[in-house]
Design a protein around this ligand. Structure first.
Ligand code: AGP
Length: 605
């Protein structure tokens, strides 16, 4: 997600901005820039693709003093990684940086006759040009006129060249925090950049306008009346701030999933349907193939298993999933008729990269789903659908899994539309169901404490079993991996109908079984399987949809998820299974973010 910093005061603005951007690097980005008031009322912009270090190098040639400016690290959503698309964006007297997605930027481009005038492909530049078009010399009044025109999420910091030394800010969804300190006034997308200057800060309330001057910080309502924000005290160090107040990166990243899904889905929605035009993925890629091969490792492979269970019934072509380390040596039946989908959060997993190379040697076109821009797998793929989860720092993959699923679901939908397996009406309904998973995930996040309490009986057990049927079986694979990799409890996932063929011998008194029963078509059979393990003394955690009827004595604990279409229950379930693993590890006093023996990216074979 983009990083924002703004400063006005007695210090050298360039230094404050560059240091602030360095603190925000962990958020992940692909370009960076600053804008600052020169000695006159001119506003200078320095921006580059690449790292803050490169920006710092460029700024060495900046000689003039400056005491007011804004800085930005860009995590590309609209438009590629280019200098033109980097922030800040300038339009007339306006210089602006933006975190978020303006969903109606196409319409604004038309309404304000911006075609042919835009330098970049970003929604942010459109916002800057619209603001400049309505600017009448009064920043507060102009921003008040801008806000009703915008649809979507934004955190803006804005300079007006005829108001030197002042910074204006406004937000909707995208976070902003601000403080007035002895070193001047400062604003940022998160606390990490504020902590070197102050422990006391204000969360910028949504749709309140902030004016920062070297001597004060003012908040205004949309009607122009003064507003009073809530002031808070920070009690972490900078490292803790990287976790934005969460005790672990993993928990932070679990909670980031709703925003990560919005950032991954919304830029690819056009008239309610998936549109990969800006990703430069042609429909021809989806029209021609006679089979799909999905290749990945670990959590990414589990996302592939879910995608297979969704794609094959929809597309009516074979969809196979291979573990990358096996694919390389199984002499796979892959040809130019095959579409190979490679999934990787890091884009550096060596087994997955080798599998990609083999698929290409066999003539297959490769589409990769990757979270890290410019990574090796992304660069070697024929086509890339980037997920926009932001950096995933905890070794246990969480938000990457859910955004991979979102990307794969959009691919499935686009393919179905292109191949005539879905009407546009069905496609729009599918995409609405996909967007509806976001509030469902937020609902499960609100139940974190309840989930923590049900985990206690698990933590002293050596084994645990995850069972499910159909899509629930695919979901259970990821639940088992999460639990074992951070709590060291031996956990396995089984197709519930398979238990009777051996594994049920392991079910004895108080053996934990997490049973997923969210697929209507096989619900009754799943309940029978739960009865079988309960009859043998298992400690059963049963996860069903809200409305599902199940006898009270069937499970020791019941977790209910919102009533979504069967295909989409994986998203709230993922939150539940991630939290079960997180709290099991926490209660065992283990290193949640850095579990033993594991690395975040496996770049060795
Ligand atoms: C999952 O929690 C693990 N971190 C691991 O299985 C990971 O998913 C796997 O190594 C693949 O990594 P990648 O997505 O970066 O390729």
């Amino acid at each position: 997600m983009c990083g924002i910093i703004g400063y006005t005061g007695p210090l050298q603005a360039k230094d404050v901005l560059l240091n602030g951007l360095s603190q925000l690097e962990y958020r992940g980005y692909d370009s960076a820039g600053i804008a600052y008031f020169g000695p006159e009322t001119d506003v200078h912009v320095v921006k580059t693709t690449g790292k803050v270090a490169q920006l710092r190098e460029l700024c060495k040639s900046v000689r003039e003093e400056s005491h007011c400016g804004i800085g930005h690290t860009r995590w590309a959503t609209h438009g590629g990684v280019t200098v033109e698309n980097a922030h800040p964006h300038q339009a007339g007297k306006v210089t602006l940086i933006h975190n978020g997605i303006i969903e109606n930027y196409h319409q604004l481009t038309v309404d304000f006759q911006l075609e042919g005038k835009l330098i970049s492909q970003t929604d942010s530049e459109v916002a800057a040009r619209v603001l400049d078009a309505i600017y009448d010399g009064d920043p507060l009044a102009s921003i008040r006129r801008l806000i009703p025109l915008l649809e979507g999420s934004y955190g803006f910091c804005i300079l007006f060249s005829d108001h030197p030394g002042e910074i204006y800010a406004v937000r909707n969804v995208s976070p902003l925090v601000a403080a007035y300190t002895h070193s001047g006034s400062i604003i940022a997308s998160d606390l990490t950049a504020l902590i070197p200057y102050t422990k006391k800060y204000a969360v910028v309330p949504e749709n309140k306008i902030v004016r920062l001057t070297p001597y004060r910080m003012e908040f205004y309502e949309m009607d122009g009346q003064p507003a009073r924000p809530e002031f808070l005290e920070v009690n972490w160090d900078t490292d803790a701030a990287m976790k934005n107040g969460f005790p672990h990166f993993m928990l932070k990243e679990i909670h980031e999933q709703p925003e990560a899904l919005k950032n991954t889905i919304l830029p690819r929605l056009s008239r309610g349907l998936p549109d990969f035009g800006e990703d430069k993925i042609p429909d021809a890629l989806f029209a021609r193939c006679s089979q799909i091969r999905i290749v990945a490792c670990g959590t990414a492979m589990h996302a592939g298993m879910v995608a297979r269970a969704v794609m094959e019934p929809l597309l009516r072509i074979p969809v196979l999933v291979s573990v990358a380390s096996e694919f390389r040596y199984e002499d796979p039946l892959v040809s130019e008729e095959t579409l190979t989908i490679v999934i990787s959060q890091s884009g550096e997993t060596i087994d997955t990269l080798a599998a990609l190379r083999l698929a290409k040697e066999l003539g297959s076109r490769v589409l990769s789903v990757v979270n890290v821009k410019g990574s090796t797998i992304a660069r070697e793929s024929d086509f890339v659908l980037y997920t926009h989860a932001g950096p995933e720092i905890a070794v246990a993959s969480t938000k990457a899994y859910s955004v991979q699923l979102a990307a794969l679901y959009m691919i499935a939908c686009r393919m179905a539309l292109v191949r005539g397996k879905m009407t546009e009406e069905e496609g729009a309904a599918f995409m609405k169901d996909l967007l509806d998973v976001i509030p469902a995930m937020e609902e499960m996040l609100r139940q974190s404490e309840e989930i923590k309490n049900i985990v206690r009986p698990l933590v002293d057990k050596p084994d645990a079993f995850f069972i499910g049927r159909n899509l629930d079986y695919a979901f259970s694979l990821e639940g088992a991996l999460k639990l074992k990799e951070i709590s060291y409890i031996h956990a396995d996932a089984y197709a519930a109908g398979e238990l009777k063929h051996g594994t049920i011998a392991l079910i004895a008194d108080q053996v934990p079984v997490i049973a997923l029963a969210t697929q209507d078509r096989v619900f009754s059979k799943m309940i029978s399987n739960v009865r079988e393990v309960k009859a043998r003394g298992a400690y059963v955690i049963l996860i069903t949809k809200n409305g599902a009827e199940a006898a009270a004595d069937l499970a020791d604990v019941r977790i209910r998820i919102p009533d979504l279409h069967d295909r989409f229950t994986v998203f709230p379930i993922a939150v539940v299974l991630q939290l079960i693993a997180y709290y099991a590890s926490l209660l065992k006093g283990l290193d949640v973010d850095q579990p033993r023996n594991l690395a975040k990216s496996v770049t060795v074979e």
